[in-house]
Design a protein around this ligand. Structure first.
Ligand code: URP
Ligand code: ZN
Ligand code: ZN
Length: 466
């Protein structure tokens, strides 16, 4: 079965030109202007952009957090992702204390059986004593080529610096990229205890007890540990100007430090946490939303190439029945927010339309850079001969208003309720199959495939990362 996407404007991270694309089976077989090749079906993409499918490398589907489970499973979450133009995710498998990481990976593969788009897995590590380190080698062989360490959440997820150093060292030897959630967990816990004892229990105290310094100190420490280990480092969900400065300085010094931010840190501020009643709980996520000047710094970081990726940290909890676990204490509100569906359109509207980033940079941030950093490129993250036909046809003129009433995520509110964006997904191909066409859902649960990712290779990354 061959499909020709005809007449579109093809945008990749490094090219912007009018081209046709021939898809044969699951992959792309030809790309070029005015292809005159036989096809079973022809799609007219006149006036549309044709881009590689989005890749979201930070999701928490069906994940246990704060005494509850994120409300999107792999079926609803990946379907919502596809509605937003994302055709591949990398989710965090979570090791349990005292248990094997291989077991955790198997458990996540089971959870992911109903995925509708392709997916990879990171391993979130809590227990990496000497006797467990060989499991890391095995994970890399199984295609889990990135690990995650939490420097926050003492008593549950946080690892100490010695464990972090051990993992970083081994990761550097075996071609894995170590991701860090950088916040000083011990200091935050102390600030939280003090706030609660003073009766400061509203959602806004979530931000007051996790000030930017608790992030930037941990970013600095993570970079120092990675340097000691001669290891590459990826800082997840960067939120603040001081953290960004530290990352930029490390990069200028030649260290292989990479970083992401998320749409909510680019678009929402601490003010959301001050909403009337308990509404602020909808915006309790970690690290917290920041004051306005940090947002401008993050946009600048995207332009200056000090931030490499925009991911979602999608970790949704319903307002009713989940967020309200913390109605009387902010520290009991499950941390996380929904976003998997809106990443491309938010970054397009507020980035490209508002002239903060170029079209090519948009594609790079949401697809190509994550593919390169996480061992998916060139199978995914670009439109080229032999790449998977994960393709989005994008209508740059279509406007719509985001709302929980119309979104596809399994959650009862939207962090972007009432935001009007111009630019929308029209057709989504996943490995050559049309899974979404003008709002019509065609994807079947279980069609998504586990992708064994390649090891991290600094030398393969283009100079754009340096
Ligand atoms: O609040 C968040 N981000 N929840 C998900 C877990 C994490 O810290 O990334
Ligand atoms: Zn995190
Ligand atoms: Zn996360």
């Amino acid at each position: 079965m061959a499909t020709l996407i005809h007449n579109g404007r093809l945008i990749t991270a490094d090219r912007d030109f009018d081209a046709d694309i021939l898809i044969e089976g699951e992959t792309i077989s030809a790309v070029g202007p005015n292809l005159r090749l036989p096809a079973d079906s022809v799609i007219d993409a006149n006036g549309r952009f044709v881009i590689p499918g989005g890749i979201d490398v930070h999701t928490h589907l069906d994940a246990s957090v704060g005494g509850t489970v994120s409300s999107d499973n792999f079926e609803s979450g990946t379907r919502a992702a596809a509605f937003g133009g994302t055709t591949c995710i990398i989710d965090f498998a979570q090791q349990e204390q005292g248990k094997s990481m291989i077991e955790a990976r198997d458990m996540w593969l089971k959870k992911a059986e109903k995925a509708v788009i392709d997916f990879g897995l990171h391993m979130s590590i809590v227990d990496a004593g000497e006797e467990r380190l060989d499991e890391l080698d095995e994970l890399v062989i199984l295609g889990v080529t990135s690990f995650k360490l939490f420097m926050a959440y003492p008593g549950t997820l946080m690892v100490d610096d010695a464990t972090a150093l051990r993992v970083l060292r081994r990761a550097a030897q075996i071609g894995a990229l170590t991701c860090v959630h950088a916040e000083n967990g011990a200091v935050i816990d102390d600030l939280v205890r003090a706030a609660i004892s003073e009766g400061k229990t509203d959602p806004i105290y979530h931000a007051f007890t996790r000030p930017p310094l608790t992030e930037s100190e941990a970013v600095q420490r993570a970079i120092a540990l990675a340097e000691q280990a001669s290891a590459p480092l990826y800082v997840v969900h960067v939120t603040s100007e001081p953290s960004l400065k530290i990352i930029a300085q490390a990069r200028r010094g030649g260290l292989p430090v990479f970083a992401e931010t998320c749409p909510h840190y680019l678009l929402l501020t601490t003010d959301e946490l001050r909403r009337e009643g308990f509404e602020g709980a909808k915006y309790v996520l970690t690290p917290p939303l920041r004051e306005k000047h940090h947002l401008a710094a993050l946009w600048q970081g995207l332009r200056d190439r000090d931030l490499d990726v925009v991911s979602t940290d999608h970790c949704p909890f319903n307002f009713k029945g989940q967020k309200d676990l913390g109605r009387y204490r902010f520290d009991r509100i499950p941390n996380g927010g929904p976003g998997i569906e809106h990443r491309l359109e938010l970054l397009y509207h507020f980035g490209v339309n508002e002239e903060r980033i170029s079209l090519k940079r948009w594609v790079e941030l949401v697809s190509t850079a994550p593919a390169k950093l996480f061992g998916l490129y060139p199978q995914k993250g670009t439109i080229a001969v032999d790449s998977d036909a994960d393709i989005v046809i994008w209508n740059p003129n279509k406007e719509h208003t985001i709302s929980a009433a119309t979104h596809h995520m399994n959650v009862d509110y939207s962090m972007y309720e009432g935001f009007t964006v111009k630019g929308a997904v029209e057709t989504v191909f996943s490995r050559g199959e049309v899974i979404l066409d003008h709002g019509r859902w065609l994807g079947a649960p279980g069609r998504g495939r586990y992708i064994e990712r390649k090891p991290f290779n600094l030398l393969e990354l283009s100079p754009s990362f340096s």
